[in-house]
Design a protein around this ligand. Structure first.
Ligand code: GDP
Ligand code: ZN
Length: 376
C-alpha cells in the first residue's frame, strides 16, 4: 500500500511538482484510505491527467472527476490542484476522490454566464508578469496584472522582457525603477531570452514552487517559457512520459517541471486572464493610495474634491502620480462593474471558501518555513 513517508523532499513529486509537508498534512486522511496524491497537469471535460508517485519516480494517470464535479464551478478540479486519486482501474487510470484545499487560485472573468467563476489554475506561488521593453511601458497594464496576481493569492513578479533591445544601461535601470514604483512589494527583473540576461535569477526565484506566466500577447511569454523549460514548450506539452518505471504513455500537460526545480503552469486560457472581483488585490496593488486615504479628513472620502483629502494633496505635491490615481479609479470602476454583473450568491460562496483556503495555505506555508527552514 502507498506510504506517505516515501515522499521525501528528494522525491520528484516534491522536487519537481511542488509536494510539501503542508499538502502531506491535508492529504493524510486520504492516504489512510489507500488513495494516491496526484498533481493535476491537465484538465479535459470530466477527466484529468494527474502525476502520481510510482516508487521512486512519478507516472501520469488519467483520472475521472465525475465524483467531485459539483454545481459549484469553483470546486471543479483544475490544473495545479492536488487530488486524492483512487487507482480503481489499475495503474493505468483512476478516479479523483477529492481535491486538497487550494492555497491560491486564478479565476476567469468573463461576460459569459456559463463560465463564471471558473478556476484556471490552482496552487500558484509565483505570478510572473511579462512586460515587453520593445514597446513603451504601460504602467496601467502592469497594475492590472499585479492586482490579478495579488487577488489570486500568488506573489507577483514583474519581468521586463527583451532587455537586449534597450541599449543604454541607465535607461534600463530607469525603466526598472519606474516599474518598481508602481508595484510596492513586487520584485522587478530585467530579462532577455536573446542574451540570457536575468534568466538565472528568474529560475532561482521560481525554483521554490509553482509559477504562471501572465502578460499581453507579444510580451515574450512563449519565448520565456521555452528558455525556462529548456525545450520547446509545445514539444514538452505532448510528452512521452518516461518518469514512471517502464511506462511510456503519451500525455499532454499544461504543468511543466523546470530543470532548476519548480514547475510552470502554462495553460492557454490563463495568460490574458481578466479581473474577477479583485477588490483585495486592488487594495494590495495600490497600498500607497490606501495608506494616504487613511489620512483623509472624511472617512468615506472619494478623493474627488473633498476638503482635507490626503490623496489629492499627494498628487498636488508630486508625491503620487496623477496617472496612478487615474489607473486606480479605472480599475476600481471596472471591478465594480464585474461585481455587479456576477451572481451574488456564487460570489459570496466563492469568497468564503477562498479566504478560508488562503488562510489555511498561509498557515501551512508558515509552518513549512518555520519547520523546514526553507528560504526564499
Ligand atoms: P507571447 O505572445 O507573449 O508568447 O510572445 P512571444 O514569446 O511569442 O514573443 C513575441 C516576439 O518577441 C517574438 O517575435 C519573439 O521573437 C520576440 N522576443 C521574445 N523574447 C525576446 C528577447 O529576449 N529579445 C528580443 N529581441 N526579442 C524577443
Ligand atoms: Zn481623500
Amino acid at each position: 500500500m502507498f506510504n506517505l513517508e516515501q515522499l521525501s523532499a528528494a522525491h520528484p513529486l516534491a522536487s519537481s511538482y511542488g509536494w510539501d509537508a503542508g499538502y502531506a498534512e491535508s492529504f493524510a486522511p486520504f492516504a489512510e484510505q489507500g488513495f494516491l496524491p496526484g498533481r493535476i497537469v491537465r484538465v479535459d471535460r470530466g477527466r484529468v491527467d494527474a502525476v502520481v508517485p510510482d516508487g521512486d519516480g512519478v507516472t501520469t494517470v488519467l483520472a475521472d472527476t465525475a465524483l467531485v464535479a459539483t454545481s459549484d464551478p469553483t470546486r471543479v478540479p483544475c490544473t495545479g490542484d492536488w487530488a486524492a486519486v483512487d487507482l480503481v482501474n489499475g495503474p493505468g487510470g483512476g478516479v479523483v476522490r477529492a481535491t486538497l484545499p487550494r492555497r491560491t487560485a486564478f479565476v476567469r472573468s468573463t461576460s459569459s454566464k456559463r463560465s463564471e467563476g471558473q478556476i484556471l489554475a490552482a496552487n500558484v506561488d509565483h505570478a510572473v508578469i511579462a512586460v515587453s521593453l520593445a514597446v513603451e511601458l504601460d504602467l496601467g497594464r502592469v497594475e492590472r496584472f499585479v492586482t490579478l496576481s495579488w487577488e489570486s493569492g500568488a506573489q507577483p513578479l514583474i519581468v521586463l522582457t527583451k532587455a537586449d533591445l534597450v541599449g543604454d544601461p541607465v535607461t534600463l535601470s530607469h525603466l526598472v525603477e519606474d516599474t518598481q514604483s508602481t508595484a510596492p512589494g513586487v520584485q522587478v527583473l530585467a530579462v532577455s531570452a536573446a542574451t540570457g540576461e536575468g534568466l538565472e535569477v528568474l529560475a532561482a526565484v521560481l525554483a521554490g514552487g509553482t509559477a504562471v506566466l501572465l502578460g499581453q500577447s507579444g510580451a515574450g511569454k512563449s519565448t520565456l517559457a521555452n528558455a525556462l523549460v529548456g525545450t520547446d514548450v509545445q514539444d514538452v506539452r505532448a510528452t512521452r512520459d518516461q518518469d514512471g518505471k517502464g511506462r511510456h504513455t503519451t500525455t499532454t500537460r499544461d504543468l511543466l517541471p523546470l530543470p532548476g526545480g519548480g514547475v510552470l503552469i502554462d495553460t492557454p486560457g490563463l495568460r490574458g486572464v481578466g479581473m474577477w472581483d479583485a477588490e483585495s488585490g486592488l487594495t494590495r496593488t495600490f497600498s500607497d493610495i490606501e495608506e494616504l486615504a487613511a489620512e483623509c479628513r472624511f472617512h468615506d472620502c472619494a478623493h474627488e474634491a473633498e476638503p482635507g483629502c490626503a490623496v489629492l494633496e499627494a498628487v498636488e505635491h508630486g508625491v503620487l502620480a496623477q496617472r496612478r490615481l487615474d489607473s486606480y479609479r479605472k480599475l476600481l470602476r471596472e471591478n465594480q462593474r464585474i461585481v455587479a454583473k456576477t451572481d451574488a450568491r456564487l460570489r459570496a460562496e466563492m469568497r468564503r471558501t477562498w479566504k478560508q483556503q488562503q488562510m489555511l495555505g498561509r498557515h501551512m506555508m508558515e509552518r513549512k518555513r518555520g519547520g523546514g527552514g526553507q528560504r526564499r
